[in-house]
Design a protein around this ligand. Structure first.
Ligand code: SF4
Length: 105
């Protein structure tokens, strides 16, 4: 009886998530916390428009994770995808860090 309830709850949770348009794979990807040490040292932010340009004078607002060669767009779920600089943790498509390297055209 107890197991049956757990299974039914899991199924309904999946149904709600699917109905909300959230890909299930989005939950498997651990997101970079901008406050974690590596993120702080690279100046990572979820929004490229908020970069401190005094600290990073070469930053350009057109530089976003989704145009960086380290952004693994093929595995994008929602608005995040793994970044190889952060060991495969998820970064925001419109994020930025000082390791930004534009994708070759
Ligand atoms: Fe974004 Fe590129 Fe920095 Fe990764 S290396 S966080 S994709 S700018």
């Amino acid at each position: 009886m107890h197991k049956r309830r757990i299974v039914l709850r899991s199924i309904s949770t999946i149904a709600v998530v699917s109905a909300a348009g959230i890909p299930l794979s989005a939950f498997a990807l651990q997101k970079v916390d901008p406050k974690e040490p590596q993120a702080v040292s690279l100046g990572y932010t979820d929004d490229s428009k908020t970069v401190d340009t005094k600290k990073y004078p070469k930053h350009d607002p057109s530089q976003t994770c989704d145009t960086c060669q380290f952004y693994q767009a093929a595995q994008q779920a929602g608005n995040i995808a793994p970044c190889s600089v952060f060991g495969g943790k998820g970064v925001a498509a419109k994020g930025w860090c000082s390791a930004y390297t534009r994708k070759p055209a």
